[in-house]
Design a protein around this ligand. Structure first.
Ligand code: SAH
Ligand code: SF4
Length: 424
């Protein structure tokens, strides 16, 4: 989401006459787009800000600005705590950036953190900042009002709002015409997308209809409203990728209730079954939190059991981090010792590593259509791409080119990567 937002910021600033500096020493401004979801994300940003002091000592007019959720959460407090920051700008205030930079140039400090109920940046075609020219993000909605008890997003990104579907389809078509072959539609809960009588299944249908050679992905689906209709639309378009990210957070009903997730384990498993029924070759990934308020060993074991049952292809696994202002901060104790959170997290990571490896071993001998993305990090002689299930496949380069579809037979694997050879 921040990656997509940075591209919107890039576009707003380009229109105001700014361009990307090739190196830090040529830059007039450093803008850091930030995440506030967990404390360690914020600590990394603070570390970066402090590191930049050295560059500011070399060049006194280098100004630093903080964008995004940390700016929204901490507002001008952040400029007091880190006094080398010149401005903070929240996620709904990016159109104000050209004015802010003007002010800051004249030595003032600025704080723009007003949230909006309508801003979607729908008319702004993002500049593709660090893109490979093949795959791009398209933000389709902003904000969230699900108020999961642990989560800071509703406070830093404001009310949920959906972007005009016509602008989304246009942006995707424009990307395809420029050679892009994959778009990922982004929102905190894409299943609740709703704009001008268009809901998410209809939007997916329209984007997938642009061209069968355009792959369409999306993230994230909240399990409480993953509908059969969406699965039917997916099944009817082979270019909608067979991969669903369905964050579970916990395998214990008591935890899910306390987290205000508004589904039960039984509901979640029913949705998993529905996915497997409509899309037998679909990969499923998740997010999970270890050590949420009052989590017992029994709750933790329930999460491990759920992981054994679902057998995710990938999981983002986190230790619970208490966030100021959330329901949990106000009403629930953060009572699991850090060491214990770490132990539980490590158990989930170890189990998931084993499952991912076993899942990948099942892939050996299968042939996939791969969208070639670029050179493998390890060797120039090898390329990598992804299959529809979003699994990375590495293979010998031969005559393959990035941005094209090729057939690859999987021959070996690790827990993270499939290795294969071209067959077409
Ligand atoms: N909207 C998405 C999640 C966005 S945040 C959804 O609800 O599915 C990405 C992930 O960060 C969450 O799924 C959750 O697992 C994790 N997360 C959010 N708040 C957290 C916190 N306070 N501590 C630890 N992990 C957290
Ligand atoms: Fe946070 Fe819940 Fe919204 Fe996801 S759905 S962003 S976890 S409040």
């Amino acid at each position: 989401m921040n990656f997509a937002d940075s591209e919107v910021v890039g576009s707003i600033l380009a229109q105001a006459g700014y361009s990307l500096a090739p190196t830090l020493d040529e830059a007039g401004f450093v803008l850091i787009n930030t995440c506030a979801i967990r404390d360690n994300a914020e600590q990394r940003v603070r570390h970066r800000v402090r590191e930049l002091r050295a560059a500011q000592q070399r060049r006194h007019n280098l100004r630093i600005g903080i964008l995004g959720c940390m700016a929204e959460r901490l507002q001008s407090r952040l400029m007091e705590e880190e006094d080398n920051i010149s401005f903070v700008c929240g996620p709904d205030a990016y159109r104000r950036l050209p004015d802010i930079l003007q002010q800051v140039r004249h030595g003032q400090k600025a704080s723009e953190v007003e949230l909006s109920t309508t801003e979607t940046y729908a008319d702004i075609e993002p500049v593709r900042l660090a893109s490979n020219g093949i795959s791009a993000y398209i933000s389709i909605m902003r904000g969230c009002q699900n108020y999961c008890a642990y989560c800071v997003v509703p406070y830093t990104r404001g009310r949920e709002r959906s972007r005009d579907p016509k602008t989304i389809v246009e942006e995707a078509r424009h990307l395809f015409d420029r050679g892009y072959r994959e778009v990922t539609l982004l929102g905190q809960n894409v299943n609740s997308y709703q704009c001008d009588h268009t809901d998410f299944p209809e939007l997916m249908d329209a984007v997938a209809a642009i061209d069968p050679a355009l792959r369409v992905r999306f993230a994230t689906s909240h399990p409480k409203d993953l509908s059969d209709r969406l699965l039917e639309v997916m099944a009817s378009h082979p270019n909608i990728c067979r991969c669903i990210h369905l964050p579970v957070q916990s395998g214990s009903n008591r935890m899910l209730k306390l987290m205000n997730r508004r589904y039960t384990v039984e509901w979640y498993l029913d949705r998993i079954e529905a996915i497997r029924r409509h899309l037998p070759d679909c990969s499923i990934t998740t997010d999970v939190i270890a050590g949420f308020s009052t989590e017992t060993e029994e709750d933790h074991q329930a999460t491990l059991d759920l992981f054994r049952h679902v057998r995710y292809d990938y999981a983002y696994m986190f230790k619970y981090s208490l966030r100021e202002g959330t329901y949990a901060w106000k009403h629930l104790p953060d009572d699991i010792a850090d060491q214990e959170k770490t132990r539980r997290l490590n158990e989930i990571i170890a189990l998931q590593g084993q499952i991912a490896l076993e899942n990948n071993q099942q892939e050996i001998g299968r042939e996939y259509e791969v969208l070639v993305e670029g050179e493998s990090h390890r060797s120039k002689e090898r390329l990598f791409g992804r299959n529809s299930q979003n699994k990375v496949i590495v293979f010998d380069r031969q005559d393959a080119r990035p941005g094209t579809y090729r057939k690859v037979l999987v021959e070996t694997c690790t827990a993270a990567t499939l290795l294969g050879r071209l067959t077409d």
